[in-house]
Design a protein around this ligand. Structure first.
Ligand code: PBG
Ligand code: ZN
Length: 329
């Protein structure tokens, strides 16, 4: 009790650094990248200043910035020229994501881990994450999962190091694991977007990836923000089905979920600080209302504190630079 106990004793100078329980390292970071087919210049995403859609011809340049900073992994999203109701540009050998992966792996080899986001919403004209059952006007789970398996194999054939399925279809991890194993890719890990909420914080991403939907929303397959235990069940199922790493998405509004998942399963756990979280911090910073660097650094620390092993963030490059320069907050 006070006055014998004084918490302030350890909050001074170097002592504070010694007793810190949570640290951020560059190995924690994953940098998301958008590659756009049929484009010849890099275009800034309006709602995400500092984030670009890169043309295929510049994808090596985009990755080299991350490699130079020591960031271990990128997460790739493809934006195809052609969209249709069945997302047929998602699994071809010469489609945008397959071409990007090949180019990046050719240039950098083991210097970068290429993770591919696996979903159909960037490739479908209706913008949903799977095949639509026209009568019910909803995504047909069981028709979608074999296609996800096929896309996964195409990513692996192109050289992807990790496959990250984000479609939130039931049974998709099992289907993808089997498809990969049958095609000789039993060594390719799956990072499942296991607890992915139906969140308005993905708004700017849909602008970045040109993947807004033409009817309804994704609440039929993504999770209800009000539910915590459901995230535990979702994650448990994914682990049983063969996920090697799990994920909570979004980040800051779901720190309780992150804490729960990381402590409950003790699996390699990623968190995705999504487009809306980035846009929020950026907008406040641009208005001079927040110290941007301190704000995103603090957010990153909070993810680690809540149990994240990996942080997917549009601030990855800035964070890497700050970590290198021993940033003090
Ligand atoms: C694809 C996917 C989305 C995001 C990652 N993968 C969009 C969505 O589900 O609507 C969102 C990422 C972000 O907002 O930064 N399903
Ligand atoms: Zn999707």
């Amino acid at each position: 009790m006070f006055p014998e106990t004084r918490m302030r004793r350890l909050r001074r100078g170097k002592i504070k650094d010694m007793v810190r329980r949570t640290t951020l390292t560059v190995d924690d970071l994953i940098y998301p990248l958008f590659i756009e087919e049929g484009s010849s210049e890099k275009k800034e995403v309006e709602s995400m200043p500092g984030v670009f859609r890169w043309p295929l011809s510049m994808c090596e340049e985009a990755v080299s910035e991350a490699v130079d900073l020591g960031i271990p992994a990128v997460l790739l999203f493809g934006i195809p020229e052609h969209k249709d109701s069945i997302g047929s540009s998602s699994y071809g050998d010469e489609d945008i994501i397959q071409e990007s992966v090949r180019r990046i792996k050719n240039k950098f080899g083991d210097k970068i881990i290429v993770i591919t986001d696996l979903c159909m919403c960037e490739y479908t004209d209706h913008g949903h994450c799977g095949i639509i059952d026209e009568e019910k006007r909803e995504v047909d789970n069981d028709k979608t999962i074999p296609i996800l398996g096929k896309i996964a194999v195409s990513h692996a054939e192109a050289g992807a190091d990790i496959i990250a399925p984000s479609a939130m279809m039931d049974g998709m991890i099992q289907e993808i694991r089997a498809a990969l194993d049958d095609s000789g890719f039993s060594d390719i890990p799956i990072m499942s977007y296991s607890a992915k909420y139906s969140s308005c914080y993905y708004g700017p991403f849909r602008d970045a990836a040109d993947s807004g939907f033409s009817f309804g929303d994704r609440s039929g397959y993504q999770m209800d923000p009000a539910n915590l235990e459901e995230a535990v069940r979702e994650t448990e199922l994914d682990i049983f089905e063969g996920a090697d790493m799990v994920m909570v998405k979004p980040g800051m509004p779901y720190l309780d979920v992150l804490y729960r998942i990381s402590t409950e399963f003790e699996m390699p756990t990623a968190v995705y600080q999504v487009s809306g979280e980035y846009a929020m911090l950026k907008a406040a910073a641009m208005n001079g209302w927040l110290d941007e660097r301190k704000a995103f650094f603090e957010a990153a620390i909070s993810f680690k504190r809540a149990g994240a092993d990996m942080i997917i963030t549009y601030y990855a490059k800035e964070l890497a630079e700050m970590i290198k320069n021993n940033f003090k907050y």
